[in-house]
Ligand binder design. Structure first.
Ligand SMILES: [Zn+2]
Ligand SMILES: [Zn+2]
Length: 134
């Protein structure tokens, strides 16, 4: 499936070819901090099928407890997280942040990871009152 996307300010834009089945939610504490939110949603794509079409994302290298390095790319102007990639075998793939994808309404996660650090309410949003706007 073809997708394209952009950061909030529009400076960074990209396009990719993705498998819509490759979408996951991560509840790990790194994802919570890096997004400023409860969890992160990512779609995996082959690096060769992902292109930045405008802008020059800034990089932050996150080092996990196991020593694994992952580079986080974000807009240098508005700070929106755009994508991530790893080293060695992981360098062949990118993880695109769902919220920046224009076609995100058509994409649905297939699994959750790090549920051990999931915020207790995050599994039951339907329990909260729901408003159409703010
Ligand atoms: Zn931006
Ligand atoms: Zn995570």
């Amino acid at each position: 499936m073809y997708i394209d996307g952009a950061c909030h300010c529009g400076q960074v834009r990209y396009q990719a070819e993705v498998d819509p089945g490759e979408i996951t939610i991560c509840h790990c504490t790194d994802c919570q901090r890096l997004t400023g939110s409860a969890y992160r949603i990512t779609i995996t794509a082959l690096r060769e099928n992902f292109q930045i079409t405008s802008g020059d994302p800034k990089e932050y290298v996150k080092i996990a407890d196991n020593g694994c390095r992952r580079t986080q790319f974000f807009c240098p102007n508005c700070g929106s997280p755009i994508y991530t990639t790893g080293e060695l075998g992981d360098a062949e793939q990118v993880g695109i942040r769902l919220g920046t994808i224009h076609q995100r309404q058509e994409l649905k996660p297939r699994a959750q990871f790090w549920c051990s650090s999931s915020l207790s309410w995050a599994q039951d949003l339907r329990a909260l009152p729901c408003h159409d706007g703010d």
